[in-house]
Design a binder for this molecule. Structure first.
Ligand code: NDP
Length: 324
């Protein structure tokens, strides 16, 4: 039997956690490697996480080596090869943006430190909990000995939502589409960009008005549409996107395709270095590589700049609080 891969999931008792853990245990994320799950929760939610652990045991997944539940980050990240940071402090009524950033810095800073102190040398981190990009930046800043590029945030759900809209528009299955792109922050300033899309390997053009007036708002507001329809936020699709992100990072992206990943900028496409922003990227040998040299329309260029400005403001707000 192959050596198990240790995966730490925070917010394990939440909605996304409930959808995510069963997919990981079934082997969907790591190419059939056995997996050790380490679940982190706040003390009030430990009992619920233990219930999920009981269900995971009862599903008798052949690839599931073990499940352990913790309320201590140092213990939860011990030996972790992959960390999925799902638990976050949601925005509540009357909460200012600064309060939200501060509350999450109080979660992601200590988790970053625990990752730096206890995770395995090959640790790969995906922040899902919002504000995901800045949470990834905070965690990364607290783990100075871990290469910065091991800290990423999730824009894969926005990417997948874009693919779904484009497939519907074209009347084809998503499997025939490649090279969808999402730039920027996982927020309302995100820039879904179908301008390099291929259908069966051939370019497809979309009218700029349709992209600006229908496509971008539909993708950016899809979360709210799901809450309105379901009465609860998206969970299974978010979990599925997290699985896609880690699987592609570890096992590689499809030949000829790229995906959208929020990772520390090196300054490409005008995004200030160090910000965790979404780019089109390929993965090989467990490393993301941003796709360079793409031609951008003026609208996309302006959108990337606006989203980067929002990320700068988030970073500066956390810095001003002395949390970065
Ligand atoms: P969910 O599992 O539904 O969501 C978890 C996080 O993912 C939220 O920050 C949410 O952001 C974010 N998210 C990112 N993308 C999406 C998306 N497309 N759709 C929905 N959510 C998205 O939240 P629950 O409240 O059900 O569960 C959170 C759990 O985290 C709780 O069990 C809580 O106890 C735990 N927690 C654990 C911590 C820890 O381990 N130290 C710390 C804090 C909380 P948004 O809020 O913007 O929807």
């Amino acid at each position: 039997m192959r050596t198990p891969i240790t995966v730490t999931v925070t917010g394990a008792a939440g909605q996304i956690g409930y959808a995510l853990l069963f997919r990981i245990a079934a082997g969907d994320m790591l190419g059939g490697s056995p997996v050790r799950l380490r679940l982190l929760e706040i003390p009030q939610a430990v009992a619920a996480a233990e219930g999920t652990a009981m269900e995971l045991a009862d599903a008798a997944f052949p690839l599931l080596d073990s499940v352990d539940v913790f309320d201590d980050a140092d213990a939860a990240f011990e030996g972790a090869n992959v960390a999925l940071l799902v638990g976050a402090r949601p925005r509540t009524a009357g909460m200012e943006r600064g309060d939200l950033l501060a509350a999450n810095a109080g979660i992601f800073g200590p988790q970053g430190r625990a990752i730096g102190d206890h995770a395995a040398d090959d640790i790969r981190v995906l922040a899902v909990g919002n504000p995901a990009n800045t949470n990834a930046l905070i965690a990364q800043a607290h783990a100075p000995d871990v290469p910065a590029e091991r800290f990423t945030a999730m824009t894969r759900l926005d990417h997948n939502r874009g693919l779904a809209q484009l497939a519907a528009k074209l009347g084809v299955g998503v499997g025939r589409l490649t090279r969808m792109t999402v730039w920027g922050n996982h927020s309302s300033t995100q820039v879904p960009d179908p301008s390099h899309l291929l259908l069966d390997g051939e370019p497809v053009g979309f009218a700029p008005e349709w992209v600006a007036d229908e496509f971008v708002p539909t993708v950016a507001n899809r979360g709210a549409a799901i809450i309105a329809a379901r009465g609860a936020s998206s969970a299974a699709s978010a979990a599925s996107a997290a699985i896609d992100h880690v699987r592609d990072w570890v096992l590689g992206t499809r030949e000829g395709d790229w995906v959208s990943v929020a990772l520390p900028s090196t300054g490409l496409y005008g995004v200030p270095a160090g910000l965790v922003s979404s780019f089109p990227a390929t993965s090989a040998g467990g490393e993301w590589q941003v796709v360079e040299g793409l031609e951008l329309s003026d609208a996309v260029r302006a959108g990337i700049a606006a989203s980067a400005a929002e990320l700068v403001a988030e970073r500066d707000a956390v810095r001003a609080l002395g949390l970065l």
